[in-house]
Write a protein that binds this ligand. Structure first.
Ligand SMILES: C[S@@+](CC[C@H](N)C(=O)[O-])C[C@H]1O[C@@H](n2cnc3c(N)ncnc32)[C@H](O)[C@@H]1O
Length: 220
């Protein structure tokens, strides 16, 4: 099934595990993004808005989150999450964009919204492995971004097509053999810029032991 349609069905259950086991990774990743009060962040494949509380904490009241996803049901929950945060930080700005990132329209739309909003920070968590065009998309976003922009992502990864991989691919409608973190690192040829890929940990649960979670933060 096409991932955004798959996630329409998954949306009501997505938050049930309360983000286990990703919470510490999100905290560390967003802390490493050099976000400041008033930053504009693109959250690609934002899902139900799991990154929003961490981003909101760093960008304070006057920051902006541009949240992009292809699944209307996931976006509906992301809006709810944003509503709760805005009750505490009323000047925080959210902009929601429903966009299938594998569609023909994606490139033009992304180019337009990047030039419109001039984001300085990009985050994508557990999203790029859902996109068969993740490499060309990452390059497009990296090339369009302003100098000094910061990129952060984490995703599941296994190079092998073993049982764990098949299971995680099925559950996440993704391809864990894709390695967006390494691809992003390869786009950054500037030797002085930060570029750190970390393998955060393998899942501890038995069927997923062969899966690692790779994360990266990098400044253009
Ligand atoms: C595993 S969820 C991750 C959600 C969120 N970033 C998180 O960390 O919890 C993957 C998300 O990617 C979105 N997605 C998958 N394929 C997509 C596509 N072609 N275009 C846009 N969004 C897509 C899904 O709708 C889903 O919300």
């Amino acid at each position: 099934m096409h991932p955004p349609r798959f996630y329409n069905s998954l949306a009501p259950f997505y938050n049930i595990l309360r983000d286990y086991p990703y919470t510490p990774i999100r905290r560390n990743l967003t802390a490493a993004m050099n976000l400041t009060s008033g930053s504009t962040v693109f959250d690609l494949c934002c899902g139900t808005g799991m990154n929003f509380p961490y981003l909101a904490h760093h960008i304070s009241d006057n920051g902006k989150i541009i949240a992009i996803d292809g699944s209307p049901a996931m976006l509906k929950r992301a809006r709810k999450c944003a509503g709760k945060l805005k009750a505490q930080q009323p000047n925080l700005i959210f902009d929601f964009i429903e966009l299938d990132l594998t569609s023909y329209a994606a490139i033009d739309t992304l180019t337009t919204i990047i030039s419109q909003h001039q984001p300085t920070h990009f985050i994508c968590t557990l999203g790029f492995t859902c996109l068969p065009n993740s490499q060309s998309l990452l390059k497009l976003i990296y090339d369009q971004a302003q100098p000094q922009s910061t990129f952060a992502l984490f995703d599941v990864h296994t190079p092998k097509k073993n049982f764990s991989a098949r299971l995680i691919n099925l559950i996440g409608a993704c391809d864990a053999a894709l390695d967006p973190a390494s691809h992003l690192a390869s786009l950054n040829s500037h030797p002085t810029n930060r570029s750190a890929i970390t393998t955060d940990y393998p899942f501890k649960m038995p069927p997923f032991r062969k899966i690692a979670i790779k994360s990266i933060t990098l400044t253009k």
